[in-house]
Ligand binder design. Structure first.
Ligand SMILES: [Zn+2]
Length: 403
């Protein structure tokens, strides 16, 4: 494997390249309003590097200058009952575990503000949410005046704002210099040794184990296993309180407290396990094999005259279609279904499928629905039934024998 420069997570020089996808759309949750725009969407490249010292995985080709996190980013999963239930349970659990009542909470990358509003409403807390993609018109009712939103990236200029609890969900994976970023959060915490920080990221152990090539996309320049995440916090001046997974093991969570140690402790790195190293080494070959099987399967279905749609137009859908090279004009997959009404009528970046709502399927009548996230299969089944559609629902993991 090719060696590159130092690791942005632990600063050691032990990063090796192991997986490449080129081209890919630079954004996958951006609302694209025309087919033309979708076809000419800015492209980037994925070149994943693995750090042998801390287990971190980084896209060494990531181009931050191409990213534009504007209100046109429609990332919310809040329209799914399954997700809402998880979000609700997580907020209650954090409030219970860390006594978050009548406290100040801060959320970095709060999206449309659902989670911080829940923390404030459920625990009687006061909150500040940061996100350049926050949309004031969609401010959650829950939380009321107790929550303030700042339409900006959280950066050095805000480190003077103190909080008892700092949350950062599904954001760190978008940040290339993870050590620099978490060290900034440590500076923000300062001498407030009772502050708890909570971070949530996609769990790369699961992506490696399942060879989930649809979970690798350009916005995500940073990928963590539990040990890589732990290593990051330890070397950035925190003591780790807990590390766990949730949401069918798709999400990896960590809570940490600031340590009084002043220097980062690069010698306390936990190296990646043998299983992780082996999974990284076999990923490329296995991903290519599964992509070929899917290409073969959708071509075969098209030849049989069957209509195939994907369900889920977010990042997984974009990564899946891009990896398969399943362009709308090939006719194998013509539509992407989504329950988020803000996505209806938009187009998939790069491959240009139109995004439709479930009701559209009553007329289109697909024979096969590929679920971009298996956790939603019960919801998808119920929606199909409601619209009188008898289609086979295939989980995205059904690669071994997809037809
Ligand atoms: Zn590293």
């Amino acid at each position: 494997m090719e060696q590159i420069s130092s690791c942005p997570n632990c600063t050691k020089k032990s990063v090796e390249i192991f997986y490449t996808v080129d081209p890919v759309p630079v954004h996958s949750v951006m609302l694209v309003s025309t087919r033309e725009e979708a076809l000419h969407f800015p492209a980037g490249k994925i070149t994943l590097g693995f750090c042998n010292a801390c287990g971190f995985i980084t896209n060494t080709s990531f181009e931050e200058s191409k990213m534009n996190y504007s209100p046109k980013c429609e990332e919310t999963q809040g329209f799914s009952p399954t997700f809402q239930c998880f979000h609700d349970r997580l907020a209650k659990d954090l409030i219970e575990r860390y006594g978050l009542r009548d406290k100040s909470v801060l959320e970095i990358g709060c999206g449309k503000g659902e989670f911080i509003s829940m923390l404030c409403a459920m625990g009687g807390n006061r909150g500040i949410g940061f996100d350049p993609a926050f949309v004031p018109q969609r401010r959650p009712v829950q939380g009321g005046d107790a929550v303030e939103f700042i339409e900006d990236f959280y950066s050095e200029k805000y480190v003077h704002i103190k909080a008892d609890f700092i949350a950062c969900k599904m954001t760190l994976e978008h940040i290339p210099d993870t050590h620099q970023f978490v060290s900034m959060v440590r500076r923000a915490v300062g001498e407030n040794f009772d502050t708890i920080v909570f971070f949530q990221v996609p769990d790369m152990s699961r992506v490696l184990k399942d060879v989930a090539f649809w979970d690798v996309y350009h916005e995500h320049c940073s990928y963590f296993t539990a040990s890589a995440l732990r290593n990051l916090f330890v070397t950035s001046g925190f003591d780790v309180v807990d590390v766990w997974t949730d949401y069918d093991d798709q999400y990896l969570m960590i809570t940490a407290r600031p340590t009084k140690r002043l220097l980062s402790d690069a010698n306390s790195l936990i190296p990646p396990s043998r299983t992780e190293v082996n999974a990284v080494r076999s990923f490329t070959c296995e991903a290519e094999r599964r992509i070929h099987l899917w290409q073969h399967a959708v071509n075969h279905l098209k030849q049989e005259g069957q209509h195939v749609v994907i369900w889920g137009s977010g990042s997984k859908g974009v990564a899946f279609l891009s990896a398969l090279g399943a362009h709308v004009d090939d006719g194998c997959i013509e539509y992407a279904v989504d329950i988020n009404p803000y996505r209806k009528g938009c187009f998939m970046p790069g491959t240009a499928q139109e995004i439709v709502e479930p009701a559209f399927l009553s007329a289109y009548r697909p024979e096969v629905v590929i679920a971009m996230n298996s956790i939603y299969i019960p919801e998808i089944g119920a929606d199909l039934k409601r619209h009188g559609i008898r289609a086979t629902v295939m989980p995205i993991e059904a690669i071994e024998a997809p037809v």
